[in-house]
Design a protein. Structure first.
Length: 462
């Protein structure tokens, strides 16, 4: 057997009557669709439910699967302690998923459990599934900071493990959509919120799982989405399978997007190998980007690749570099991205070498090996890295934040020997207040301390 089908469902505790206490009627269409989806799962007669939840323990560099024989949970945190569930885990399938994942080079396992109790991203779907008569063992799997393709690959490993053991399995992808749909919502409004929900519900309705893998990271971040990585794992679990897709409902009346969709597997389909399609699109994008790199970015790439491959810093500059690189000195930042996510960023606020060129050489090495937020870059990652180089202008003191512009100026926050810097025009940094706060925290400066501000311009090379 393989995966019989899958459902995408949201997880607002509000829709459980004991929690909502009448307010659940505000999203009655979601509740009605939830019950339709739960009945569909019951009709599939699963032996195990595989549930991915954004509220299960999550690590940047590890896929966590809940350990042990089972778990309990309740809605006490939402004022309904009498609403309880107990579940049993399918330990044999869990072990097989871990074995398949490790064979595929994924970091996956049961280490690092923080809370054994069922999170609400798991509890809410199970509540409606129990109501529909589905009471089988489950597996509870968390998301990670890995790339969309790695989430997809985990889904493929889940499907392989299910097939290896001959289980009748159904995939439950738990996840809300955007949290930025209304000014009076808990998270406020951003125009990217409705746009994200429009694109993601369109993908659900069409069964277009490639779109789950290729959504713009900036759009997703500004929309404050919740469940996309859950949907990416689900897509991988249905790799190479034809599905009958039904978008049962969509609501955003609370300021958060709730989508309910079902995907019934109808047979094999080699045209639905979306992971391979996404990888090909990514290769083409990276090749195009590399071909258009200017001398600043090419030098950063050369320096980094030389260091990663040989363990030694570049000793000689390439010939025919522009005079702006070799005859001027300035601070510079080198930033690395992989799969649209930051992979390293190190720089200098002012010149520490004789030229911008050597500043780039040393900071490229630091970005790939000395950024404390990330492990060192490996040879296997070199082909997926995207580079940017920011050459800093001379900082100038300013009297107050009104002289800042997040798109035009970077900021330096100083207090005694502590300094924090933030570059301009960064994804997710939309206000001067955010910019100052992030720079202050980077410098280890308390909000209660008196600090001074400087601004600077940059020339960004992509």
């Amino acid at each position: 057997m393989a995966i019989l089908g899958a459902v995408i469902v949201p997880h607002p505790p509000l829709i459980i009557p004991a929690v909502g206490r009448g307010r659940e009627q505000e999203v009655q269409a979601t509740i009605d669709a939830y019950r339709t989806a739960a009945k569909q799962v019951a009709d599939w007669k699963p032996e195990v439910l595989i549930i991915t939840s954004p509220h299960q323990v999550m690590y940047a560099d590890y896929f966590h699967i809940s350990p042990g024989r089972g778990a309990t949970g309740d809605m006490a945190a939402f004022g309904a302690s009498e609403t309880k569930l107990r579940v049993e885990y399918d330990a044999q399938l869990r072990d097989e998923i871990i074995r398949c994942g490790e064979s595929a080079g994924l970091q996956v396992g049961t280490l690092g459990q923080r809370d054994p109790y069922l999170d609400h991203g798991t509890f809410v779907p199970l509540y409606f599934l129990r109501e529909a008569g589905v009471d089988c063992p489950i597996l509870r799997i968390g998301l990670s900071g890995f790339s969309p393709l790695d989430h997809y690959r985990l889904g493929q490993c889940i499907a392989q493990a299910v097939e290896n053991l001959g289980r009748r399995a159904v995939f439950i992808a738990s996840g809300d959509l955007s949290h930025k749909l209304k000014d009076d919502g808990s998270y406020g409004f951003a125009p990217e919120g409705p746009e994200f929900d429009r694109q993601i519900t369109g993908a659900m309705a069409a069964g277009d799982f490639l779109r789950f893998l290729t959504m713009a990271p900036a759009l997703c971040g500004r929309a404050a989405e919740c469940g996309l990585r859950s949907f990416q794992i689900m897509a991988g679990a249905l790799d190479g399978r034809a599905v009958e897709s039904k978008l049962l409902s969509y609501e955003g009346v609370t300021g958060v997007g709730y989508g309910v969709a079902t995907f019934a597997v109808t047979g094999p389909d080699e045209n639905r190998r979306f992971g391979a399609q996404c990888a090909e699109l990514e290769r083409a994008h990276l090749a195009e980007k590399k071909a258009s790199e200017d001398p600043w970015v090419k030098l950063a790439r050369l320096s980094l690749e030389t260091f990663v491959k040989t363990g030694k810093q570049l000793k000689h500059l390439p010939e025919d570099l522009p005079a702006e690189l070799t005859k001027q000195a300035a601070g510079a930042f080198v930033s690395l991205h992989a799969h649209g996510q930051l992979r390293g960023c190190i720089g200098t606020t002012g010149p520490t070498t004789e030229s911008v060129a050597w500043e780039i050489v040393q900071n490229a090495v630091s970005a790939c090996s000395r950024d404390p937020r990330f492990p060192p870059v490996t040879v296997s990652e070199l082909d997926i890295l995207e580079y940017s180089v920011d050459v800093l202008g001379q900082p100038e003191p300013i009297a107050s934040s009104v002289e800042l512009d997040v798109k035009k100026y970077g900021v330096i926050v100083s207090c005694g020997s502590h300094r924090g810097l933030l570059l301009p025009d960064l994804e997710g940094v939309d206000t001067v207040e955010q910019q100052i706060d992030i720079a202050r925290q980077k410098g280890g400066i308390s909000s209660r301390e008196r600090y001074t501000l400087e601004r600077f311009k940059v020339v960004r090379h992509l």
